[in-house]
Design a protein. Structure first.
Length: 165
């Protein structure tokens, strides 16, 4: 792995994705919950349902959007191919190679992550959050998810692309 790969994976895909997702998810929270003074933990419009949706949609949409972008970056030589073979990596090698199938699997993994998150909120006694507190929670939680999923997705895509001869 080259220095360019590390900068891309940790900087652009890790930190960059976190920053972008703070803004995107703060905006989503504002649009979806702006009429509420408080956002309850449970219910039809709640912290729990929003967390479940975010845990699935963030990795799913990140995979769908970033995969063709990264493939384009490699094909135009803006980013070097990363020579690793999917079958050699015990964990990442198990992810499906196709964009949509990989997005679904990562979204389901995100759903699995939502379980301990929700359990932690409930066990911590988190009650309703003010609208402003909820926007901050959603934005920071999405940043955390993005900083994990985006580099993983990028690494998978870089390993999928055969080098040009």
């Amino acid at each position: 792995m080259t220095r360019r790969h590390l900068v891309f994976l940790l900087g652009e895909q890790g930190l960059g994705a976190a920053v972008i997702n703070v803004g995107i998810n703060a905006g989503i929270a504002w649009l979806a919950f702006r009429k509420l003074a408080e956002v309850p933990l449970w219910g039809a419009q709640s912290i729990v349902l929003d967390t479940i949706a975010t845990c699935f949609m963030l990795p799913f949409m990140t995979c769908v959007i970033s995969t063709p972008v990264i493939r384009w970056q490699v094909s135009t030589q803006k980013l070097p191919h990363l020579s690793w073979r999917r079958l050699e990596h015990r964990t990442l090698g198990r992810l499906p190679p196709g964009t949509f199938r990989r997005a679904v699997v990562l979204g389901l993994f995100g759903l699995a992550i939502s379980v301990p998150t929700i359990a932690g909120l409930a066990l911590a006694g988190v009650g309703p959050l003010s609208f402003q507190q909820f926007v901050v929670f959603k934005a920071l939680y999405a940043a955390l998810l993005a900083s994990f999923f985006s580099p993983v997705i990028a690494l998978c895509v870089l390993g999928d692309i055969p080098p040009k001869v």
